[in-house]
Write a protein that binds this ligand. Structure first.
Ligand code: ARG
Length: 458
């Protein structure tokens, strides 16, 4: 038998394979609440505009709440023959309230309906991401505050570069996740226009009020062009784009936590709550949450690329290709939220190992730049000469198997006769970090200023 929603011109029903490739109900049922919210707003508007009777609108609005409670209660029976959530809901509404259900779809199409539902769903994800990012930023601020003046090595090329502070490193991630937060907020503000009432593509001859439904659904305004309204998926792409960048940040931090928690580094101890053991090696405590964050991020990048590929060849307006927008976005959103929550938990629970961080900060000739700067500042040497002399001292220390502060004054003076005892004051890591007072630098005073500024902001 043909489809009861659109089968008027069809003599035969679809092949089983056709149904399998066509149906989206297995995943778009996640938009049931949004679909019902959108339909309730549409029905109320149709009645307010005199397009349908008030009594019919009331029956529709009440009936939709019954459908929602069936869905939430788990008693709703989804049908693949009815393709998607939109037709599943409407069909059940018909069973419950009868004839008035057929009036709901006046002045509307599944094209503007699905765009509206999906936008409402994605909008919730922007809000959820904002909440999760704020929680993660707060956890990082707590870490930064407790170790604002703890010294640790700063790296370039993963080689010891200069000493920095733990607080400074945590605050670097606050900046990164802060940009993610602002990207989510920007995109959410841009996407908040209602497609509802664009109908199939051209608008409708019914005297609908798109401003009314836009307002009822929390949109700022109706989308201005009906062709664009039904064929735009930028909002999902912006969510996936912002999520991809955020995911990249999460993955970089996850990578650092994997390295930092290794026996060779021991910069951090991760909590038992966010680690796992090995079934064979009794000593193991593995940073699985960090590793899984690092891995799951690929799915988010993948979703972003997949939806770009779906959209890039589509002529205006709606094509069925666009049904492929949802699974990718759902999966990316689920994994982003999970990764953000796991990272927040790990950060909240982890313990920075202050002694180990300090010991590492002092090794690897981390204060060589301070020594070169001293030669410039105190002896008036050109920086290039100072760089060369310091390099030769590093080579001497390396040959002796010691660090720069372990050299004697005599050994120092072999590299440059003008060097005095005063040089040793700049070879200590505390002195090094305390001297980096330039705006945004690693000195604890600067780090505390960064923390204070962020506490104001959030
Ligand atoms: N299931 C469809 C989707 O997710 C709904 C829109 C169908 N529109 C149409 N003209 N066939 O995109």
């Amino acid at each position: 038998t043909s489809n009861k929603m659109w089968g008027g011109r069809f003599a035969a029903g679809p092949d089983a394979i056709m149904e399998a490739i066509n149906a989206s109900i297995s995943f778009d049922k996640r938009m049931a609440a949004q679909d019902i919210e959108g339909s309730r707003a549409h029905a109320a508007m149709l009645a307010a505009q005199g397009v349908i009777e008030n009594s019919d609108a009331e029956a529709i609005r009440e009936g939709l709440l019954t459908v929602l409670s069936e869905i939430e209660g788990g008693t709703f029976e989804y049908s693949a023959a009815l393709e998607d959530i939109h037709m599943n809901v409407e069909s059940r509404l018909k069973e419950i309230i009868g004839e008035p259900a057929g009036r709901l779809h006046t002045g509307r199409s599944r094209n503007d309906q699905v765009a509206t539902d999906f936008k409402l769903w994605v909008r919730d994800q922007f809000d959820a991401a904002e909440g999760a990012l704020l929680a993660l930023i707060r956890a990082l601020l707590t870490q930064a505050e407790s170790g604002a003046d703890w010294v640790m090595p700063g790296f370039t090329h993963l080689q010891t570069a200069q000493p920095v502070t733990w607080g400074h490193h945590m605050m670097a991630y606050v900046e990164m996740f802060g940009r993610d937060l602002s990207r989510m907020r920007d995109a959410r503000a841009r996407m908040n226009e209602s497609p509802l009432g664009a109908a199939a593509l051209a608008g409708t001859s019914f005297p609908i009020d798109r401003h009314m439904t836009a307002e009822a659904l929390g949109f700022d305004r109706p989308a201005a062009n009906s062709l664009d309204a039904v064929s735009d998926r930028d909002f999902a792409l912006e969510f996936l784009g912002a999520s991809s960048i955020c995911a990249m940040h999460l993955s970089r931090f996850a990578e650092e936590l994997v390295i930092w928690s290794s026996a060779q580094f021991r910069f951090v101890t991760l909590s038992d709550r966010f680690s796992t053991g090995s079934s064979i090696m009794p000593q193991k405590k593995n940073p699985d949450a960090a590793e899984l964050i690092r891995a799951k991020i690929g799915r988010i990048f993948g979703a972003n690329v997949a939806l770009m590929m779906v959209m890039k060849g589509l002529p205006l307006t709606y094509s069925k290709d666009m049904q492929e927008d949802k699974e990718q976005t759902f999966d990316a959103a689920d994994n982003l939220m999970l990764a953000l929550a796991a990272m927040e938990g790990m950060v909240r629970d982890m313990t920075g190992n202050r002694e180990q961080l300090a010991a590492a900060a002092g090794s690897g000739f981390s204060t060589a730049t301070d020594l070169a700067d001293w030669l410039v500042r105190v002896l008036g040497l050109p920086f290039r000469d100072a760089h060369h002399i310091t390099g030769s001292l590093v080579a001497i220390a390396e040959g002796l198997g010691c660090d720069l502060p372990d050299l004697t004054l005599e050994q120092m003076q072999e590299a440059h006769a003008g060097i005095t005892q005063d040089v040793f004051t700049v070879l200590g890591v505390e002195n090094s970090v305390n001297s980096r007072v330039s705006y945004g630098g690693t000195a604890p005073a600067q780090v505390r200023a960064q923390i204070a500024r962020w506490k104001e902001l959030i």
